[in-house]
Design a protein around this ligand. Sequence first.
Ligand code: M6R
Length: 362
Amino acid sequence: DKAGYKHFMAKEIAQQPTVLAEALGAYLKGDEIVLPSPGLDFTEVDRLVLVACGTAYYACLTAKYWFEKLARIPVEVDIASEFRYREPPVTKGTVALFVSQSGETADTLAALRYCAGRADRIASVVNVETSTIARESDLALPIHAGVEVGVASTKAFTCQLNVLLLLAIKAAEARGRMAAAEKSELLAQLRALPGLFNAALDRDGAIAEAARKISEARDVLFLGRGMMYPLALEGALKLKEISYIHAEAYASGELKHGPIALIDKSVPVIVMAPRDGLFDKTVSNMQEVMARGGKVCLISDARGIEEAGDGIWQSIPLPDVDERLAPLLYALPAQLLAYHAAIAKGTDVDQPRNLAKSVTVE
Ligand code: M6R
């Protein structure tokens, strides 16, 4: 049931603070990150291969930044339908990790079966714990998002990110890359995240307002740098799926290598940029867009919006957040922008045309 919301998607977006807090409760015993049996010994991992489809693939792309930055583990990320047919070498010391909300996605399952017997361990991050992917894994990590009905994945994405981040922290600790105090501080920030989600949900009005204007466009561009790049991809996918507006995402630094040719006043450019170490670089990208008459919708924190200066078309202020956790929080405005754009266009939010919740055929 929709619990008073107009759509399952709205309900599932709003549930995020609650399910994220519950998931943390399930994985944390004090500051110890407890994995389900048989666990994973990260001291023996040489390489991680992350494979998934759609939104789950974008969760993997984000996790690559965490595993590399925090734990210094080499990570390869692939789309399941590409991975399986490429038949890539999977060497000893590799842990293959499959991310799937449903746990039944045909290509992801086929990729898992390809790795079984080749990789040292098969792990999965799933929402449906009784699913085929969970059953065929050596280690299945539940995301604890609860049932997700909306075809557009929302809470499953942030809950996937949550588990992947916990795994990266665990790996960093096991490999002597994160001291107890740093870990404790990061976990404290993670525990505070549901509160930030609630504060961000209060910005719904501003987001709806921006979405209404964006819904008039035929094409939209999303930009992000670092961990915000996968988020830009996710934002574009959400918008396409439910509002049918053509959207593309680029790493901000790629702008001048082609897509800047698209910029004019009819193409809104949504920039996801918390005030992190890369912010100044993103500001110069925004200036390039504005100098060509482009309309920038900036999603940042209050200081970021202030520092970006004049000329911004729309701004969506979010609470300050530790930059390592920004992908979780910034997923929320991406979801809400798509949601409100779809409402403005009158499309079927929970059952978009041509799409199925679970893709069990190739
Ligand atoms: O069940 P899965 O996580 O394996 O599904 C993967 C994709 O089909 C899924 O994320 C799809 O892209 C969603 N509709 C995105 O909103």
